[in-house]
Design a protein around this ligand. Structure first.
Ligand SMILES: C[S@@+](CC[C@H](N)C(=O)[O-])C[C@H]1O[C@@H](n2cnc3c(N)ncnc32)[C@H](O)[C@@H]1O
Length: 178
């Protein structure tokens, strides 16, 4: 699918928030927000959060703007952002996951955290290993639910949340199963 538009189910976002990821954070960046599925769940848990979001597809953006967020239509990599955020939550287009992460890391406050939702095969392989050596995750949450994004029950991949602290953690990555 062009731009990898898949909506993130609420229970997937719940599994991140149950871990205490937001923990009093004031500001959130969602860099490729789609219709705002992640944001909707965050605002249910933490209605006080100040959210900034970007989305490249006009038809998704037109739904996103109904949420109480500062929303930008366009390519995230062209967006001139002159501030930083306490938290980033992202279900990225998997084809440029590292690129999304690097730009989001730049836009995260010191003391902040980032969470990316990915397929478990993206935890290994040469390119991914180099990436994780450069940016060591503080935690990986492996999910027992296997959401089917393709709508045909063929999407049998495992999924997880990868969480980073900024600056990067100096402890070993903690792996949890939920
Ligand atoms: C996997 S979907 C996730 C959508 C939404 N965050 C959610 O969880 O439901 C990825 C989204 O990234 C958007 N996208 C892809 N490339 C983008 C870019 N360069 N800048 C902004 N948005 C982009 C797609 O249009 C799509 O809505």
């Amino acid at each position: 699918m062009k731009f990898d538009h898949y909506r993130t189910p609420e229970i997937i976002v719940d599994s991140l928030l149950q871990s205490g990821f937001m923990n009093g954070a004031a500001t959130l960046l969602e860099p490729c927000a789609g219709q705002g599925a992640i944001i909707e769940t965050v605002l249910k848990w933490h209605p006080e959060t100040e959210v900034s979001a970007c989305e490249i597809l006009k038809q998704e953006f037109d739904i996103l703007v109904n949420l109480p967020v500062a929303a930008k239509l366009g390519n995230f990599f062209d967006w001139k952002v002159y501030r930083r955020f306490d938290r980033v939550i992202c279900n990225p287009p998997f084809s440029n996951y590292h690129e999304f992460f690097r730009r989001c890391f730049e836009l995260t406050n010191d003391g902040g955290k980032l969470a990316f939702f990915i397929r478990t095969p993206m935890l290994s392989g040469k390119g991914h290993c180099e990436f994780y050596k450069e940016y060591k995750p503080s935690q990986i949450i492996l999910l027992s639910d296997r959401p089917c994004f393709l709508g045909n029950n063929y999407d049998i991949s495992g999924y997880c949340w990868v969480i980073w602290d900024k600056p990067s953690t100096d402890h070993d990555t903690i792996v949890t199963w939920v």
